[in-house]
Design a protein around this ligand. Structure first.
Ligand code: MN3
Length: 207
């Protein structure tokens, strides 16, 4: 039987996010962690009534099952994470002044500084493992939040709502090789690799 869910190829080389996210971390994170979530998600749905459902439907309606919550969340969250990053100087870090996302950030948070501070605070204060999110609601309202483990805002009981358009993995496996316990440094470095063109595309698709 062929697997429903496939580990996506990274949209850039493993070393493309250096020096902010190191090559070895990317190799292990994508090739081991994300691959394992993908494989276990396939195992969890095959031969059940959930086979054939989209990942969004699984997260919205079947996250009461731990195998779906943890592995479906891990599959979806990392798919988004890779897509919203890009190499510095090749789409990573830059925001076009006057673009849709530039205006939306300023309208919702007052300034880029206030947005970044709020997002960094959500990422830094998430105790243990989890994610920080920027979510959009229909109509364009933006919201910052964080979730534990592999939870995400598509799960009705995650304590966060809207559609995630930017996510930051704050599990230690995402930064420990390069930053050890210095999560705030990793969060600060993340801004150099955010692919704002993709965040804007997601904003337009879900607002
Ligand atoms: Mn991870």
């Amino acid at each position: 039987m062929s697997d429903t869910f496939k580990l996506p190829a990274l949209p850039y080389a493993h070393d493309a996010l250096e020096p902010h996210i190191d090559e070895r971390t990317m190799q292990i994170h994508h090739g081991k962690h994300h691959a394992a979530y993908t494989s276990k998600l396939n195992d969890a749905v095959q031969g059940t009534s959930m086979a054939g459902l989209s990942i969004e439907d699984l997260l919205a309606h079947h996250c009461d099952k731990p195998a779906i919550r943890n592995n479906g969340g891990g599959f979806y969250n990392h798919n988004l994470f890779w897509s919203v990053m890009a190499s510095p100087g090749n789409g990573g870090g830059g925001v076009i002044v006057g673009s849709v996302i530039d205006k939306a950030i300023k309208q919702n948070f007052g300034s880029w500084e206030d947005f970044k501070n709020g997002f960094a605070q959500a990422a830094a204060t998430r105790f243990g493992s989890g994610w920080a999110w920027l979510c959009v609601h229909a109509g364009g309202k933006l919201e910052i939040c964080s979730t534990a483990n592999q939870d995400n805002p598509l799960m009705p009981d995650a304590g966060c709502s809207g559609t995630p358009i930017l996510g930051l993995d704050v599990w230690e496996h995402a930064y420990y090789l390069n930053y050890q316990n210095r999560r705030p440094e990793y969060i600060d470095a993340f801004w150099n690799v955010v692919n704002w063109a993709e965040v804007e595309r997601l904003y337009n698709a879900h607002s």
